[in-house]
Design a protein around this ligand. Sequence first.
Ligand SMILES: NC(=O)c1ccc[n+]([C@@H]2O[C@H](COP(=O)([O-])OP(=O)(O)OC[C@H]3O[C@@H](n4cnc5c(N)ncnc54)[C@H](OP(=O)(O)O)[C@@H]3O)[C@@H](O)[C@H]2O)c1
Length: 334
Amino acid sequence: MTGNHRILLAARPTGNQVPGPANFTADTVPARPPGPGEALVETVYLSIDPAMRGWMSEGPGYSQAIPLGQPMMGGGIARVLESQADGLGPGDYVQARLGWQSHPTIPGKFLHKLDLSRGSMEDWIGPLGLSAVTAYFGLRDVGGLKPDDRVLVSAAAGGVGQIATQIARIEGCRVTGIAGGAVKCDFVRGLGAAAVDYRAEPDLAAAIRRACPEGIDVYFDNVGGPTLDAALANLRPGARVVLCGRISQTHSAEPYGIRNLDKFAASRGRMGGFLVFHYNARYEEARAWLAARIKDGSLTQKLHVLRGLDRAAGALGMLFRGENSGKLVVRVAD
Ligand SMILES: NC(=O)c1ccc[n+]([C@@H]2O[C@H](COP(=O)([O-])OP(=O)(O)OC[C@H]3O[C@@H](n4cnc5c(N)ncnc54)[C@H](OP(=O)(O)O)[C@@H]3O)[C@@H](O)[C@H]2O)c1
């Protein structure tokens, strides 16, 4: 009998605690054979995402907290082992909310079969995955991206940021990425953008001004807080600000108060927030566009791969400490 190894939520993070191994426990239970309409799958990759910190906590948020003692929620890619679900057979690859478990049994209606002619498994967890789809809709629909726009992206070396940086470059924009440290900034330059190292700059607004002397038409914000403020000080007339994420604020006791709204107003700017799930009816559009750019070689994604399901417990905190270099994933099975 196959065992289903699981990482369970044991304790909710409190206050400004960055989640880590102390919040989780592990067990192994027998894998459950699929009932009618279900499939037993083997998890191959799990995506590690900042939003998971919110899913662990009770309180205001866009999704209900994961119950204590249950597997941590998370999306990824799996191989079908046994199936009683229509259209799925052993050997098929699927994308789903698998949870942090090695061998979940899941209703077929929640399993999205992958077209491996469109991209490899690494493409599907990377530049065809939800981080990439987030960048696509954020820039295009929320940001109203146009060729020749001057675009600024924060957390530009990360999962969403590196795709946003490349989409803007592919669309003919002049792009600047903000990232932490010289190594990440070199990586951003390799994507065809200018780079600003926010960790090395005492005055980030001034550093952005030096990198973007004509100002910014589109700011794609993954970070919030003082980084958002510094970008607002550099907007061009008619600028669009895309509120994708605010990772710098996740653990702050007091939310940072934005100071440069007068400059935002003076620029006749627009600011828009979104969740990628708002676009789920249009994922196919994004994936067709992304797959074409992967095929012609203009779009790539650097993955930061941790091996073994037990690494997931320590992985989430890496995002908040900037320890990931690329889109962070856990490889569960070979
Ligand atoms: N709207 C949506 O539907 C949606 C969907 C997915 C993700 N998101 C958001 O997109 C953002 C990026 O997510 P991701 O999964 O791609 O993560 P990621 O960018 O791969 O990793 C997070 C990065 O954020 C940076 N960071 C962490 N703390 C910071 C701080 N205090 N100040 C400045 N930078 C900080 C770090 O990069 P450095 O080393 O460069 O500091 C870190 O590597 C997150 O805010 C996430 O919540 C939104």
